[in-house]
Design a protein around this ligand. Structure first.
Ligand code: HEC
Length: 161
Protein backbone atom coordinates (compact mmCIF):
# COMPACT_ATOMS: atom_id res chain seq x y z
CA UNK A 1 0.00 0.00 0.00
CA UNK A 2 2.78 2.33 0.97
CA UNK A 3 4.68 1.52 -2.23
CA UNK A 4 1.63 2.22 -4.30
CA UNK A 5 1.18 5.64 -2.71
CA UNK A 6 4.80 6.54 -3.40
CA UNK A 7 4.48 5.38 -6.99
CA UNK A 8 1.37 7.45 -7.53
CA UNK A 9 2.98 10.51 -5.96
CA UNK A 10 6.02 10.26 -8.23
CA UNK A 11 3.87 9.69 -11.30
CA UNK A 12 1.92 12.83 -10.46
CA UNK A 13 5.13 14.80 -9.96
CA UNK A 14 6.43 13.59 -13.33
CA UNK A 15 3.18 14.61 -15.01
CA UNK A 16 3.37 18.06 -13.47
CA UNK A 17 7.00 18.44 -14.52
CA UNK A 18 6.06 17.54 -18.10
CA UNK A 19 3.27 20.10 -18.10
CA UNK A 20 5.53 22.73 -16.57
CA UNK A 21 8.05 22.00 -19.34
CA UNK A 22 5.33 22.64 -21.90
CA UNK A 23 4.55 25.91 -20.16
CA UNK A 24 0.95 24.90 -19.60
CA UNK A 25 -1.55 24.75 -16.84
CA UNK A 26 -2.11 21.19 -15.70
CA UNK A 27 -4.88 19.98 -18.06
CA UNK A 28 -7.72 20.37 -15.61
CA UNK A 29 -8.81 16.95 -14.40
CA UNK A 30 -12.26 18.39 -14.77
CA UNK A 31 -11.55 18.60 -18.50
CA UNK A 32 -11.70 14.83 -18.80
CA UNK A 33 -15.17 14.84 -17.33
CA UNK A 34 -17.76 15.51 -19.95
CA UNK A 35 -15.35 15.39 -22.91
CA UNK A 36 -16.67 13.14 -25.67
CA UNK A 37 -15.69 12.57 -29.27
CA UNK A 38 -18.55 11.73 -31.61
CA UNK A 39 -20.54 10.85 -28.53
CA UNK A 40 -17.94 8.45 -27.11
CA UNK A 41 -16.33 9.21 -23.75
CA UNK A 42 -12.66 10.19 -23.89
CA UNK A 43 -10.14 8.84 -21.36
CA UNK A 44 -7.51 10.80 -19.47
CA UNK A 45 -4.88 8.80 -21.39
CA UNK A 46 -6.30 9.94 -24.74
CA UNK A 47 -6.17 13.54 -23.59
CA UNK A 48 -2.59 13.22 -22.31
CA UNK A 49 -1.57 11.59 -25.59
CA UNK A 50 -3.39 14.32 -27.51
CA UNK A 51 -1.59 17.01 -25.52
CA UNK A 52 1.78 15.55 -26.49
CA UNK A 53 0.78 15.26 -30.16
CA UNK A 54 -0.63 18.79 -30.13
CA UNK A 55 2.69 20.17 -28.86
CA UNK A 56 4.55 18.27 -31.59
CA UNK A 57 2.28 18.85 -34.58
CA UNK A 58 -0.12 21.78 -34.04
CA UNK A 59 1.46 24.20 -31.56
CA UNK A 60 3.90 25.72 -34.08
CA UNK A 61 0.94 27.42 -35.79
CA UNK A 62 -1.97 27.29 -33.33
CA UNK A 63 0.15 28.16 -30.27
CA UNK A 64 1.25 25.99 -27.34
CA UNK A 65 -1.49 27.63 -25.28
CA UNK A 66 -4.03 27.26 -28.13
CA UNK A 67 -4.07 31.03 -28.66
CA UNK A 68 -3.47 31.05 -32.43
CA UNK A 69 -1.26 33.29 -34.54
CA UNK A 70 -1.02 37.05 -33.86
CA UNK A 71 -3.78 39.08 -35.61
CA UNK A 72 -5.40 35.82 -36.63
CA UNK A 73 -8.54 37.60 -37.86
CA UNK A 74 -6.59 39.59 -40.44
CA UNK A 75 -6.03 37.99 -43.86
CA UNK A 76 -2.35 37.56 -44.81
CA UNK A 77 -0.79 39.19 -47.88
CA UNK A 78 -1.07 35.85 -49.71
CA UNK A 79 -4.84 36.05 -49.28
CA UNK A 80 -4.95 33.17 -46.79
CA UNK A 81 -5.98 33.23 -43.15
CA UNK A 82 -3.57 32.83 -40.21
CA UNK A 83 -4.06 29.92 -37.80
CA UNK A 84 -6.93 30.70 -35.42
CA UNK A 85 -6.84 29.90 -31.71
CA UNK A 86 -8.28 26.57 -30.60
CA UNK A 87 -9.38 27.95 -27.23
CA UNK A 88 -12.76 29.55 -26.54
CA UNK A 89 -11.71 32.84 -28.22
CA UNK A 90 -11.53 31.11 -31.62
CA UNK A 91 -14.18 29.32 -33.66
CA UNK A 92 -13.02 25.71 -33.50
CA UNK A 93 -15.85 25.04 -31.05
CA UNK A 94 -18.37 26.30 -33.66
CA UNK A 95 -17.77 23.11 -35.66
CA UNK A 96 -19.03 19.56 -35.16
CA UNK A 97 -16.58 16.78 -34.23
CA UNK A 98 -16.90 15.18 -37.68
CA UNK A 99 -15.93 18.43 -39.42
CA UNK A 100 -12.98 19.07 -37.09
CA UNK A 101 -11.81 15.53 -37.84
CA UNK A 102 -12.13 16.01 -41.62
CA UNK A 103 -10.36 19.39 -41.59
CA UNK A 104 -7.47 17.93 -39.58
CA UNK A 105 -7.17 14.78 -41.66
CA UNK A 106 -7.82 16.15 -45.15
CA UNK A 107 -7.46 19.94 -44.89
CA UNK A 108 -9.99 22.75 -45.08
CA UNK A 109 -10.72 22.20 -48.79
CA UNK A 110 -12.30 18.84 -47.87
CA UNK A 111 -15.05 20.81 -46.12
CA UNK A 112 -15.09 24.02 -48.20
CA UNK A 113 -14.49 23.17 -51.88
CA UNK A 114 -11.61 24.96 -53.65
CA UNK A 115 -10.64 26.79 -50.45
CA UNK A 116 -6.95 27.70 -50.32
CA UNK A 117 -5.46 27.36 -46.89
CA UNK A 118 -2.18 27.05 -45.02
CA UNK A 119 -3.70 24.38 -42.78
CA UNK A 120 -1.86 21.14 -43.65
CA UNK A 121 -3.70 17.81 -44.10
CA UNK A 122 -2.48 15.30 -41.51
CA UNK A 123 -3.45 12.14 -43.38
CA UNK A 124 -0.40 9.86 -43.37
CA UNK A 125 1.18 11.92 -40.56
CA UNK A 126 -1.27 11.13 -37.75
CA UNK A 127 -3.50 8.05 -37.47
CA UNK A 128 -7.26 8.50 -37.08
CA UNK A 129 -6.87 7.66 -33.37
CA UNK A 130 -4.16 10.28 -32.97
CA UNK A 131 -6.31 12.93 -34.69
CA UNK A 132 -9.16 12.08 -32.32
CA UNK A 133 -6.79 12.32 -29.32
CA UNK A 134 -5.52 15.76 -30.43
CA UNK A 135 -9.09 17.02 -30.88
CA UNK A 136 -10.10 15.53 -27.53
CA UNK A 137 -7.23 17.42 -25.90
CA UNK A 138 -8.37 20.67 -27.58
CA UNK A 139 -11.93 20.03 -26.40
CA UNK A 140 -10.72 19.37 -22.86
CA UNK A 141 -9.43 22.95 -22.74
CA UNK A 142 -12.79 24.57 -23.51
CA UNK A 143 -14.88 25.96 -20.68
CA UNK A 144 -18.05 24.01 -19.98
CA UNK A 145 -20.24 26.51 -21.84
CA UNK A 146 -18.38 26.12 -25.16
CA UNK A 147 -18.18 22.34 -24.69
CA UNK A 148 -21.92 22.12 -24.14
CA UNK A 149 -22.71 24.22 -27.22
CA UNK A 150 -20.26 22.24 -29.37
CA UNK A 151 -21.73 18.94 -28.19
CA UNK A 152 -25.12 20.18 -29.37
CA UNK A 153 -23.65 21.19 -32.75
CA UNK A 154 -22.09 17.72 -33.06
CA UNK A 155 -25.35 16.00 -32.17
CA UNK A 156 -27.28 18.06 -34.74
CA UNK A 157 -24.66 17.36 -37.40
CA UNK A 158 -24.88 13.63 -36.79
CA UNK A 159 -28.64 13.78 -37.06
CA UNK A 160 -29.09 12.16 -33.66
CA UNK A 161 -31.87 13.35 -31.37
C1 HEC B 1 1.52 25.14 -40.75
C2 HEC B 1 0.58 25.74 -39.82
C3 HEC B 1 -0.48 24.84 -39.19
C4 HEC B 1 -0.29 23.67 -38.47
C5 HEC B 1 1.01 22.97 -38.13
C6 HEC B 1 -1.63 23.26 -38.05
N1 HEC B 1 -2.56 24.13 -38.51
FE1 HEC B 1 -4.58 24.02 -38.23
N2 HEC B 1 -4.84 25.70 -39.28
C7 HEC B 1 -3.84 26.46 -39.85
C8 HEC B 1 -4.41 27.61 -40.53
C9 HEC B 1 -3.64 28.68 -41.27
C10 HEC B 1 -5.81 27.50 -40.35
C11 HEC B 1 -6.86 28.49 -40.89
C12 HEC B 1 -7.42 27.87 -42.13
C13 HEC B 1 -8.14 28.86 -42.98
O1 HEC B 1 -9.14 29.45 -42.53
O2 HEC B 1 -7.67 29.04 -44.09
C14 HEC B 1 -6.04 26.30 -39.57
C15 HEC B 1 -7.30 25.86 -39.20
C16 HEC B 1 -7.54 24.71 -38.45
C17 HEC B 1 -8.85 24.23 -38.08
C18 HEC B 1 -10.18 24.90 -38.44
C19 HEC B 1 -10.53 25.83 -37.30
C20 HEC B 1 -11.78 26.63 -37.54
O3 HEC B 1 -12.34 27.14 -36.57
O4 HEC B 1 -12.19 26.80 -38.69
C21 HEC B 1 -8.67 23.11 -37.34
C22 HEC B 1 -9.73 22.24 -36.69
C23 HEC B 1 -7.24 22.89 -37.24
N3 HEC B 1 -6.57 23.88 -37.94
C24 HEC B 1 -6.66 21.87 -36.53
C25 HEC B 1 -5.30 21.64 -36.48
C26 HEC B 1 -4.72 20.55 -35.74
C27 HEC B 1 -5.50 19.56 -34.88
C28 HEC B 1 -3.38 20.60 -35.96
C29 HEC B 1 -2.32 19.65 -35.47
C30 HEC B 1 -2.56 18.25 -35.73
C31 HEC B 1 -3.13 21.74 -36.83
N4 HEC B 1 -4.31 22.35 -37.11
C32 HEC B 1 -1.87 22.13 -37.29
C33 HEC B 1 -2.50 26.21 -39.79
C34 HEC B 1 -1.90 25.12 -39.20
Amino acid sequence: MKHKAIFLASAAAAALATMAALGQQPAAEAGVKGVTFLGEPVSADDIANGQRLYAETCASCHGINLDGQPNWKRRLDNGRMPAPPHDETGHTWHHADADLFTVTKLGVSAVVADYESDMPAFEGVLTDEEIQAVLAFIKSRWPEKQRTIQTRITTNREGKP
